[in-house]
Design a protein around this ligand. Structure first.
Ligand SMILES: [Zn+2]
Length: 398
């Protein structure tokens, strides 16, 4: 969609930068991928395993919002708290360092709008009385719930289908660029993913045009696109791709706990090989994998061969990093082409788009850099690129 787009702001950036396709993390689901972007690491380091997972320490399910119905099925108040607060305060590993923490420790000012992985060093009170305080970047804006500065932006949550979230981001972003109020701005536009789930991966043109308009608002605040690039370097990327969904399945493994959503699933239980074998006849399973004494094993239809993962870009490496996450299930499942796993509430996206698997269309993302040298080959390379950029800037200034 990006490569073929004629929308003006995105086209301008494509014509002024270096572009490649890069790889996402596995599972290629937003909480996992945004944590990988923010920390420069895979799930074995950052600890976020899936949209929905079993918290062994607390013996309970964590659901980050596979769908609103799934959130309600998991307990709405706790689901919202897990998604907004606990993901950053408790689930994101302390061994991982976010880009906000790294740059602010160097005395720089970071800003984030709407991105769900935001852990930083500055305590922010909520705009909603009774909601907990959280630690974010110095300048922090989150769906009207946390706002470090009064920007006059409209409410973010009233009409998502019409793009209210990205319109909020654009209003806050315009305010920040007008003041040159940051060293790093993370500008997250999720409305495109929302539209692509409903319409399919090659049909959300209107949502892409709205994303373009949100970026154009930043350009305008700097005095135009050329002035914007005079002042800022840019990384433009997606956190994951999407594929068409034609069929949906509810994964069940006797005697085990299954957490499933979109195109990835995890199975929690005692004997990983037996759990994977229980899925041998299941057509929705593209490949299942587990660790056997620390060794990666891939299984499909009774055949065990780690080379099964070579069908997928970065398959073995990304699967191993996902399995070595202490919060992951004993078995991880990547969906077969065209299949999706229903969530807790039975929701799916048949006729539309979804993501989460190891397959290329779910896992490949556009990666564009302007003023930063060659784009990284993985979303986990963005943090290092930014750190090198700011280090170079600091030593030049000295
Ligand atoms: Zn999505």
């Amino acid at each position: 969609m990006l490569e073929a787009t004629g929308t003006p702001a995105l086209r301008f950036l494509l014509e002024h930068g270096s572009y490649r396709r890069a790889l996402s993390a596995f599972p290629s689901l937003t909480p996992v991928c945004l944590a990988s972007i923010a920390t420069g690491a895979h799930p074995d380091v950052h600890g976020i395993p899936h949209l929905v997972w079993w918290n062994r320490g607390e013996e309970r399910l964590v659901e980050y919002g596979s769908s609103f119905a799934a959130l309600r099925a998991a307990g709405l108040a706790r689901g919202i708290r897990d998604t907004i607060v606990n993901l950053n305060e408790r689930h994101l590993s302390k061994r991982a360092q976010t880009i906000y923490e790294a740059l602010e420790d160097e005395g720089l000012t970071t800003a984030a709008i709407n991105i769900t992985t935001y852990r930083g060093r500055t305590r922010h009170l909520s705009t909603i009385p009774g909601a907990p305080a959280v630690n974010g970047p110095k300048r922090f804006f989150f769906y009207s719930l946390y706002e470090s500065d009064a920007t006059g932006a409209p409410l973010a949550v009233l009409n998502r289908a019409l793009g209210s979230i990205d319109a909020y981001a654009a209003a806050v972003g315009r305010w920040l660029v007008t003041r040159d109020g940051f060293d790093l701005l993370v500008f997250y536009l999720p409305d495109y993913d929302f539209a692509s789930h409903a319409l399919g991966p090659d049909a959300a043109h209107e949502a892409l045009a709205r994303a373009d308009a949100s970026i154009a608002a930043l350009f305008a605040a700097a005095g135009g696109p050329d002035d914007f690039l005079e002042r800022y370097a840019v990384v433009l990327c997606s956190d994951h791709g999407q594929t068409h969904v034609e069929r949906a399945a509810r994964l069940v493994v006797a005697g085990a706990r299954v957490t499933a959503s979109n195109r990835a699933a995890m199975v929690y239980g005692d004997d990983p090989r037996a759990l994977a074998a229980a899925l041998d006849g299941e057509p929705s399973v593209g490949v299942a994998a587990f660790l056997d004494g620390g060794r990666l094993v891939a299984r499909r239809a009774g055949e065990e061969d780690v080379a099964l993962l070579d069908e997928f870009p970065g398959g073995a490496e990304r699967m191993a990093a996902a399995l070595r996450n202490p919060n992951a299930g004993e078995v991880l499942v990547s969906a077969a082409d065209g299949w999706e796993f229903v969530d807790l509430a039975g929701r799916h996206h048949i006729g539309g788009g979804s993501h989460g698997s190891l397959a290329g269309p779910d896992s490949e993302v556009p990666m564009l850099t302007v003023g930063l040298g060659p784009p990284p080959a993985s979303i986990t390379g963005i943090k290092r690129l930014l750190l090198e950029h700011f280090e170079a800037g600091v030593s030049r200034a000295a």
